[in-house]
Design a protein. Structure first.
Length: 299
């Protein structure tokens, strides 16, 4: 039987959990269903302790609980589960007064996020931006002190200094995630498409600035945790630019931590010792496209 067109099931997709509210008059017939006849997911999770006087029944579960499944698409993490209505048999075994029902439930979380800094003085300034909204992962990018123990407080850098960047994603409640930085672009104005423009990370995770002569730019191994990524970049400025500001925008992305790094999901630095590109994780083959520029588009 089709559900009533009036809203009978409401879903709130939160950072680490989902909340499902079910109207007791599920079918809009004036006959309320019993809370015990409702369950969430293949694990048959029960609702919160119901109040018989209330017109709604509520379920709250972590995204990975109750037998939910995860689908990873190029742009999204999609958690799926099902609300089940399984009516109890009537007193007369020969007749049925209600039929079971299933309501598919999905929560979509974007995998990708653009994180942009404010101005950086004299080529750099404090670097922090977080994308945070309901149904979104939270990404951040910070400039760290020399010991990587806290965010850097000073606004000023000199040419010859090393800048320590740390990218993070808040993934509490999700399956374990691994963070990647696909691209970082420096510009002299807030418009990331303006000129001059220098992409010091490009090609889906190649730290191309590490290929330049006399630089120590590199991804830092090991990661503090899969959902965190650190990298060093030697300070620079645009030739002929009399200004003392740079603006930096980076494209951050996640994949499931259990997925092996590959040519789409990589963090590669150029090793002067070997004269080859080296991955932070995975085999050297995943970085082979950093010199040719033939890296596949990030998945």
């Amino acid at each position: 039987r089709a559900l009533s067109p009036r809203p009978a099931v409401a879903v709130r997709c939160q950072e680490g959990q989902l909340a499902v509210t079910v109207r007791r008059d599920l079918f809009g017939t004036g006959r309320p269903v019993r809370a015990a006849e409702l369950s969430l997911g293949t694990a048959s999770c029960p609702p919160l302790s119901p109040n018989p006087a209330q017109a709604f029944v509520t379920f709250v579960a972590a995204l990975h609980e109750c037998g939910s499944t995860l689908q990873v698409t190029p742009d999204s993490l999609i958690y799926r589960t099902t609300l089940f209505y399984k009516p109890t048999r009537s007193g007369n075994p020969l007749i049925v007064r209600a039929t079971p029902a299933e309501v598919p439930i999905e929560c979509h979380y974007p995998r990708r996020s653009n994180v942009s800094s404010g101005a950086v003085r004299p080529t750099w300034a404090p670097f922090r931006s977080t994308v945070a909204a309901e149904e979104r992962l939270r990404f951040s990018l910070r400039l760290m002190d020399d010991g990587w123990s806290r965010e850097r407080l000073s606004n000023g850098f000199q040419l010859g200094d090393s800048l320590r960047f740390q990218a993070d994603v808040t993934s509490e409640g999700h399956v374990p995630l691994r963070l990647f930085v696909d691209q970082c672009v420096a510009t002299a104005s807030p418009d990331r498409s303006s000129s001059p423009r220098y992409a010091f990370i490009d090609l889906g995770g190649c730290l191309v600035d590490s290929r330049a002569e006399d630089t120590a730019s590199a991804f830092v191994a090991p990661r503090p945790r899969p959902e965190s990524l650190r990298f060093l970049v030697d300070a620079f400025k645009f030739a002929g630019d009399a200004g003392n500001l740079l603006y930096i925008s980076c494209h951050l992305r996640v994949s499931p931590a259990g997925e092996a790094p590959n040519s789409r999901n990589k963090a590669c630095s150029f090793s002067r010792a070997s004269g080859l590109w080296a991955p932070l994780e995975g085999t050297a083959a995943i970085c082979s496209c950093c010199d040719t520029g033939s890296c596949p588009s990030p998945g």
